[in-house]
Design a binder for this molecule. Structure first.
Ligand code: NAD
Length: 431
């Protein structure tokens, strides 16, 4: 039923998405700075990225023609350690979006207490429109252009939207060839065969599910009596849907950029993943459930909504349709500040991105630690560390929220911003 599926948003549709994300990130910082009574100079320091690099990425296509793409790497703040953050290949990525994502990485690393600053990178491109050879050439040229900024002690990229462990392998190889020896610690989210960590592939999704279970415990809800809808069926969303099902949550709908699929009795997520594996098709074409649109998925009568696609999924325009009472942000920045206020007024619990999706960067940190020490931990070691970090961070955010009568988002930002502000203050201003 094509009328019930979505057309992919064009870059023009999302033209201002980057600007909206940046202004949301600045508004969240301003609220935290206000609460913490930071002085104006410190607030300005935290609002300003430490370094922003814009590069051109000339790409030789398979037909011999050349196009020049735009790439970015932004390091937001380095006071707590080397910069850490994903690389996104997406047609609407721009400097504003990358800057917002880098700032969120800074607070995220601080909230979960890992010794990194925040960074992010991107190339404005649709990776699905490239052949594998073109993707490799583009990745290697982008890596070589940002080479002066990255390195295991400086800035460690990882996968994000439109990138995967193969892209990380090419980045690691490009850096290593230039260094003259293997440097596995320059990126995380690599294949295990070249120094990747066990448990990294599902880490973000597992963190999302651990945060969901912690939130349900706080609300006195039994996961086996709950329904969920997951927006985005990529690296984060697909495994989050699967792990939620494994914990007894009835996942009734999932979606991708082209549409959604719905079964009120619950989807067989594993079968859906198997049926779609290796196929260039939307979940909306799956014959075992009913196609619906992404707008309908957001408004489904479910207990839990997991936005795991892009920024601005829940805005002033559609927040009125949201029926879920618990929102767990697998994506970065999926809820606009206006929508956030409406949800808070309605008593909806929102587990914010910088806490809910931190599992990825926590296991990236563990991968980096293993690389620096030439160690290889087993999956159980990684998993128990991840569980401890997410559970501790969740408990701390809840205690601050309860103590000060704040939303979980505001509490998480206050904790993150405070830790970074302390680090900046202790280190002082050079010269
Ligand atoms: P991905 O590229 O693997 O998957 C993205 C998914 O979202 C795809 O299924 C795509 O079709 C879908 N999508 C895109 N636009 C959509 C739209 N308008 N409506 C519905 N679905 C749409 O990316 P990912 O790595 O899964 O990242 C998803 C989100 O999670 C991003 O916000 C990313 O920054 C965040 N995140 C990712 C990681 C990680 O480890 N990969 C870690 C933390 C946060």
């Amino acid at each position: 039923m094509p009328s019930q599926t979505d057309s992919p948003p064009t870059p023009a549709d999302r033209q201002s998405a980057g600007a909206a994300a940046r202004s949301a990130a600045l508004a969240q910082l301003a609220a935290a700075a206000d609460h913490l009574k930071l002085d104006a100079g410190l607030h300005e320091t935290l609002a300003t990225p430490r370094r922003s690099l814009t590069v051109s990425v000339p790409l030789r296509h398979d037909d011999g023609g050349t196009t020049v793409l735009h790439g970015y790497r932004v390091q937001h703040n380095l006071a707590r350690g080397p910069a850490k953050g994903g690389v996104r290949f997406h047609p609407s990525a721009d400097l504003d979006e990358v800057t917002a994502l880098a700032m969120w990485m800074t607070w995220k690393c601080a909230v979960v207490g890992i010794p990194y600053g925040g960074a992010k990178g991107a190339v404005t491109v649709d990776p699905n429109a490239l052949s594998k050879g073109e993707l490799e050439r583009m990745t290697r040229r982008y890596t070589s252009e940002i080479l002066p900024l990255i390195g295991p002690e400086r800035d460690i990229p990882a996968p994000d939207v439109g990138t995967d462990e193969q892209v990380m392998a090419w980045m690691m190889d490009t850096y290593s060839v230039n260094a003259g020896y293997s440097v596995p610690g320059v990126v995380t989210g690599k294949p295990i065969a070249i120094g990747g960590s066990r448990g990294r592939a599902g880490a973000t999704s597992l963190g999302v599910v651990l945060a969901t279970l912690a939130a349900l415990r706080r609300l006195g809800r039994d996961p086996r009596a709950c329904t969920a809808a997951v927006q985005g069926f990529g690296k984060v969303g697909a495994l989050a849907a699967r792990y939620l099902s494994e914990h007894g949550v009835r996942v009734v709908a999932v979606s991708d950029v082209l549409g959604a699929t719905h079964d009120p009795r619950g989807l067989d997520v594993v079968q859906l993943q198997l049926d779609l594996a290796g196929q260039d098709t939307s979940v909306a074409t799956w014959p075992d459930a009913t196609p619906i649109s992404n707008a309908e998925l957001i408004g489904l009568d479910v207990d839990i909504l997991v936005p795991a696609a892009l920024e601005n999924a829940i805005t002033a325009d559609n927040v009125g349709s949201v029926q879920a009472t618990l929102i767990v942000e697998g994506a970065n920045g999926p809820t606009s500040p206006e929508a956030d206020e409406v949800l808070a007024d309605r008593g909806v619990t929102v587990v914010p991105d910088i806490l809910a999706n931190a599992g990825g960067v926590v296991v990236s940190y563990l991968e980096w630690v293993q690389n620096l020490q030439y160690l290889a931990w087993n999956e159980q070691q990684v998993r128990s560390h991840l569980e401890a970090v997410i559970d501790d961070a969740f408990a701390h955010v809840v205690s601050v929220a309860d103590d000060k009568h704040l939303s979980l988002r505001r509490a998480a930002h206050i904790i993150g911003v405070d830790r970074v502000a302390q680090a900046v203050t202790l280190r002082g201003l050079y010269p």
